[in-house]
Design a binder for this molecule. Structure first.
Ligand code: NAP
Length: 528
């Protein structure tokens, strides 16, 4: 049941007087629930509880942490249809998408449970001593990853389950041993509260310390700001706009003790269409890209917003085909009127720029429905006007028509950092474009060959992050089990007595994890 209250640790609380509602974008009406924004004292209590919980939680056994994560997945499943209905009412997204995202969220939680249970993720490295080394003896040194402390998580509007309350950031932080305080997204606060109730149920059933998780409502930026500025918050996970991520990153850097902000932000996901591929499969690529641009009303961070090609008969035909195909796709409801208004404003801004022409534009059908647009611009105009490089969050894509290979390379080199970059190529055609491929590789976290950027597989080899502004730290990513590395720091033990070492570093290797011992990967005991 949705109460509209905050979870301050295990307790429901509504001490604040500011309230807000969520919105049903399909029906264009407010939803029936009233949410209470977290007050200053509730924010402070949640942080105090998280700090206290950290002392216990960081030392809880790996089996118990894994049980907790698995139980969260079970409790989310047990929410059943209510969760799906609330999700759809707060986003306008279809039931199939809601169920798919729920499955992904539970899968993420379970994969972190497996990672924690296996244990080798702590990256144990042991260098045994050389007491007789000349000129000075070498001491015994043992290193492993250790949690940072309470983490604040900001979810995005477009992933109410997989990148929100119990999404990848929360799952990875809890797996690492860090308590989590979620700043709930105001557009899906009801979905957030239901998922928070599942986490709290799991915490109580498995016997986790009170404060290991809190969920704070807010309809503005104040609650988030307080979290990021509080000295007992030790790291931040953010998924959302470049504007929001950068603001929080700057705020964290200005603290007396700066903390890391892992912000996964916007991207235009450039795609390079090589001439032969266009010549041989014009229709196929046009159809596939019309589908990718409009998927989920274009509300994906991996949406292909910029398509590059070299001026030719084939590129012209491709643009015509894409224009036809995209207008065949039924338009979709956007998540919220605010997102729709931003889409309209950003689209208009780009359309007004010099040299931009519109080749396909669907008429506005209903309130909150996104009309898809394909625009074109010359390579030269694109290179000189940086405002054409920005993300238009919605079903919008622009074809950049370059004069030749040199201009294509220059256009790619002029881009900011991106989540993905794609090459569409026929057979060995790509070999003649190594300059453009090299330029693209410098800009992205994931290179794709002959496919679309939308659709992010959740597995350890996935990199979902990229050079700024795609992420604030391109060395890490938000998807897959490696995301755990964002919430930990290495700690070395020098000449530490064996029986006082963490289990992961003891001579006997009681957890039987993989360790690097004197440079060699091993599960063996260490003889003293
Ligand atoms: P958003 O407007 O940035 O909001 C995200 C969250 O951050 C909200 O809870 C928001 O709170 C908060 N926030 C924003 N600015 C803030 C500030 N200055 N101070 C404190 N809190 C702040 O983003 P969104 O509209 O939800 O999501 C759409 C964007 O996310 C798109 O640009 C998309 O590309 C990106 N995205 C990226 C990824 C990725 O993995 N890279 C995945 C999904 C989406 P309020 O709403 O209360 O202000």
């Amino acid at each position: 049941m949705i109460t509209g209250k905050n979870y301050i640790g295990n307790s429901l609380s509504n001490l604040g007087s500011k309230t807000f509602s969520t919105y049903n974008p399909i029906l264009s009406i407010e939803n029936e629930w009233t949410f209470f924004e977290a007050s200053d004292s509730e924010v402070n209590t949640a942080i105090a509880l998280a700090k206290e919980a950290y002392e216990t939680y960081r030392n809880i056994s790996r089996d118990k942490k894994a049980d907790f994560l698995n139980q969260i997945a079970n409790e989310i499943e047990a929410l059943g249809d209510e969760l799906i209905k609330v999700y759809c009412k707060e986003t306008g997204l279809p039931e199939g998408r809601a169920k798919g995202e729920r499955g992904r969220t539970m899968g993420q939680l379970r994969s972190f449970a497996m990672l924690v249970k296996e244990g080798s993720w702590v990256q144990a490295i042991i260098d045994t001593p050389l007491p007789n080394r000349i000129p000075i003896p070498k001491p015994d040194l043992r290193k492993m990853m250790s949690p940072l402390g309470p983490v604040a998580v900001f979810g995005a509007s477009n992933f109410p389950l997989a990148y929100s309350t119990a999404g990848g950031d929360t799952a990875s932080a809890l797996a690492s041993g860090c308590p989590v305080i979620v700043k709930s997204h105001p557009m899906h606060a009801g979905t957030g509260e239901l998922v928070a109730s599942a986490i709290i149920n799991a915490a109580e059933k498995i016997g986790m310390p009170n404060g290991v998780f809190s969920n704070l409502n807010s309809s503005g930026i104040e609650v988030g700001e307080k979290l990021v500025q509080h000295p007992n918050i030790k790291a931040v996970g953010f998924t959302g706009s470049i504007k929001g991520g950068r603001a929080l990153f700057n705020m964290a850097a200005l603290r007396e003790e700066p903390i890391p902000v892992f912000a996964e932000m916007g991207s235009v996901n450039p795609v390079i269409f090589l001439p032969k591929a266009l010549e041989l499969k014009t229709k196929e690529w046009a159809k596939m890209y019309a589908g990718s641009i409009t998927l989920g009303a274009g509300q994906f961070c991996t949406n292909p917003g910029l398509l590059f090609g070299i001026k030719s008969k084939e590129l012209t035909t491709f643009i015509e085909e894409l224009a036809q195909e995209i207008l065949k796709v039924e338009s979709f409801c956007m998540l919220n009127p605010a997102i729709k208004n931003n889409y309209s404003a950003n689209k208009s801004y780009i359309q007004e720029q010099n040299g931009v022409s519109i080749v396909a534009k669907e008429d506005e059908r209903k309130d909150n429905f996104a009309n898809q647009v394909v625009a074109t611009v010359s390579g030269n105009e694109f290179i000189t006007n940086k405002s054409l490089h920005r993300e238009v969050f919605g079903p919008f894509s622009m074809v950049v028509q370059c004069e030749n290979i040199a201009e294509l390379e220059k256009a790619i080199a002029s881009l900011e950092g991106q989540l993905t970059g794609t090459i569409i190529s026929e057979e060995n055609e790509i070999q003649n474009y190594s300059g453009a491929v090299d330029a693209l590789q410098e800009k992205v976290g994931r290179l794709i060959f002959n496919s679309v950027p939308t659709g992010v597989e959740v597995c350890p080899a996935m990199q979902h992050g990229g050079p700024y502004p795609a992420s604030t730290d391109s060395r890490f990513g938000a998807v897959g089990t490696n995301a755990i590395n964002r919430w930990v720091r290495p700690i070395s033990y020098q000449s530490w007595p064996n029986d006082l070492l963490p289990l992961e570093l003891m001579d006997e290797n009681p957890l039987q994890i993989h360790r690097i011992v004197n440079g060699i990967s091993s599960k063996n005991n260490i003889e003293r």
